[in-house]
Design a protein around this ligand. Structure first.
Ligand code: NDP
Length: 333
């Protein structure tokens, strides 16, 4: 059973030396447990936070232990009457080939409804993040302008498409031209801005002639400062992620216009985590699955092959390697 451990806490951008791939025996099951064979692993930016020991909303990963993340897997052995061999499940399991679980927190997937990988993104965690953050905090109204940063990633692509369903003008901000073309040509965004090459202030002025009513923030930093200059009276700002800050060794203090702009525009900015909505996840998944089936929400996956490449895939999130959801394929169903 090959598995990845965290062996030291990263300072700045994580590096290979923080991780160790080792071989361990597959444990014997006790009563009530199931053995899950990993098929796909999800790598997610929030895991960077768990690699540090700073206080946050989830426990830090322990040093010397197997890393954890979203997994789609197949139950290959069961000593739990609720589960049987052959069930395909999604849950929070290890960065390893086989995980033992007591079944709590596992969700059964029906492979005939949608590709099993979608349980790790568009109808799973990142889709729900987009859905509740945008609809509950952003409250987009028809005809309003919605700007989303990190637009070509797993959360951002779903945010933009839900905003289109709600009849908004949608502007995405992403890190290269191929991503921008994907947003406007395939996902129906009204405009997309490459923040690495554009004059961001000028581009936002041009693409948001009526200002910004909802800003869904996935990245923070300079991009957020620029969008905040254009927010409208009573704008709503779901603060979903701050990926530009996760690897900084010193906090980036910036020009601090954010609060001044909130004040001047009577706007609302609210942080949230997807688990705040745990009681409504089922309803969100049903709606997302329906939109996917109707072709109203499209998705793309960036799949890296092999457990040994999981660290590289994770680091790729901070380089912007992915269009859509970054996954690692570990085995075939
Ligand atoms: P993505 O699929 O969007 O992947 C990360 C993307 O972030 C990269 O592709 C890259 O795209 C962009 N990025 C990386 N570094 C920077 C930077 N310095 N400045 C601007 N953009 C950068 O990941 P997710 O969709 O899974 O997550 C998006 C955000 O949402 C993250 O901040 C994450 O932490 C947050 N999140 C929050 C949740 C919650 O419950 N609140 C739940 C899930 C995610 P590019 O080429 O455009 O730079």
């Amino acid at each position: 059973n090959r598995q990845f451990l965290l062996v030291s806490r990263p300072v700045g951008m994580p590096a290979d030396e923080n991780f160790e791939l080792r071989e361990a025996a597959v444990p014997e099951l006790e009563d009530g447990q199931v053995l899950v064979r990993t098929l796909y692993l999800s790598v997610d930016p929030y895991m960077r936070g768990r690699m540090s020991d700073a206080k946050s909303y989830v426990e830090p990963f322990a040093l010397g232990e197997v890393l954890q993340g979203g997994v789609v897997g197949e139950i290959v052995e069961s000593k739990n009457e609720r589960w049987k061999a052959g069930d395909v499940v999604v849950g929070l399991l290890g960065w390893q080939e086989y995980s033992v679980s007591n079944g709590r927190g596992l969700l059964k997937i029906d492979p005939s409804v949608a590709p099993i990988t979608t349980a790790l993104h568009v109808v799973g965690m990142t889709g729900l993040t987009a859905y509740f953050g945008l609809l509950d905090i952003g409250k987009p109204q028809e005809g309003e302008t919605v700007v989303v940063s990190g637009a070509a990633g797993a959360v951002g692509t779903v945010v933009g498409q839900i905003a289109k369903i709600k009849g908004c003008r949608v502007v995405g901000i992403a890190g290269d031209d191929e991503k921008c073309a994907y947003l406007t040509e395939e996902l129906g965004f009204d405009a997309a801005i490459n923040y690495k090459t554009a004059d961001l202030n000028a581009a936002l002025k041009e693409s948001c002639p009526n200002g910004v009513d909802v800003y869904f923030d996935n990245v923070g930093g300079d991009i957020t400062e620029a969008v905040m200059r254009r927010i409208n009276f009573q704008a709503r700002i779901p603060i979903c992620g701050q990926i530009s800050q996760y690897n900084l060794e010193k906090p980036d203090l910036g020009p601090r216009i954010v609060f001044t702009q909130l004040l001047k525009s009577s706007a609302l900015a609210k942080g949230f985590i997807v688990n705040d909505y745990a009681k409504q996840h089922k309803e969100g998944m049903q709606q997302l699955a329906q939109w996917v089936m109707e072709g109203k929400i499209k998705y793309r996956e960036n799949i890296v092959d092999g457990l040994e490449n999981v660290v590289e895939a994770f680091l790729g999130l901070f380089r912007g390697d992915n269009i859509g959801k970054q996954l690692v394929k570990v085995a075939d169903l």
